[in-house]
Design a protein around this ligand. Structure first.
Ligand SMILES: CC(C)(COP(=O)(O)OP(=O)(O)OC[C@H]1O[C@@H](n2cnc3c(N)ncnc32)[C@H](O)[C@@H]1OP(=O)(O)O)[C@@H](O)C(=O)NCCC(=O)NCCS
Length: 147
């Protein structure tokens, strides 16, 4: 079964938050998603058979685009959908003329880091103690991929 991608609507935020809160240790809030929509960021939801199972948010810069959030519902993980969704977001950024995609990720987020590496992202920096974490603070890895 193949994944369908469409623009995120304000009316999707409840369902998006449901997944976000399930899969993230420090989830985005409703306000974060409505701000992303209001700011014109590229916000997409991924559906399988009409059922939302993932989403991604990409912010456009001048030359680059920044992946701000991506999530796949727990029961759909490890089936290639995260890869497919991220590839679609990279293709969108390329079509919009962006030359690279950058992102920040928690140093402990092995699944996301593995996905990014698998899609050709490389580490370009480290932000020490960037995120709030369970026990204090946690580093952010900065990653980049040329398009
Ligand atoms: C990161 C995330 C989107 C990956 O989605 P997914 O649909 O499970 O990923 P895929 O099945 O497409 O995996 C693609 C590749 O990524 C890597 N990968 C994904 N999950 C992994 C895990 N738990 N452990 C190790 N590698 C993993 C593997 O290389 C995998 O390829 P393989 O299955 O052939 O080995 C998903 O784990 C998720 O929603 N996590 C919570 C939210 C999050 O952390 N988002 C990123 C920060 S904003």
């Amino acid at each position: 079964m193949s994944m369908a991608l469409r623009d995120m609507l304000a009316s999707d935020i409840d369902a998006v938050l449901c997944i976000e809160q399930q899969v993230h240790t420090h989830p985005w809030t409703r306000g974060n998603f409505s701000d992303a929509l209001a700011s014109g960021y590229i916000c997409k939801v991924a559906e399988l058979d009409g059922q939302m199972m993932g989403y991604a948010v990409l912010m456009q810069g001048v030359d680059d685009a920044e992946l701000l959030d991506i999530g796949i519902a727990a029961q759909y993980q490890r089936r290639g959908f995260g890869r497919e969704l991220l590839e679609a977001m990279l293709a969108l950024a390329r079509e919009l003329g962006r030359q690279r995609v950058v992102l920040e990720v928690r140093a402990s987020n092995a699944a996301a880091i593995a996905l990014y590496r698998a899609l050709g992202f490389g580490e370009i920096g480290l932000r020490r103690d960037y995120y709030a974490a369970e026990n204090g603070r946690e580093d952010a890895l900065l990653m980049e991929r040329e398009l």
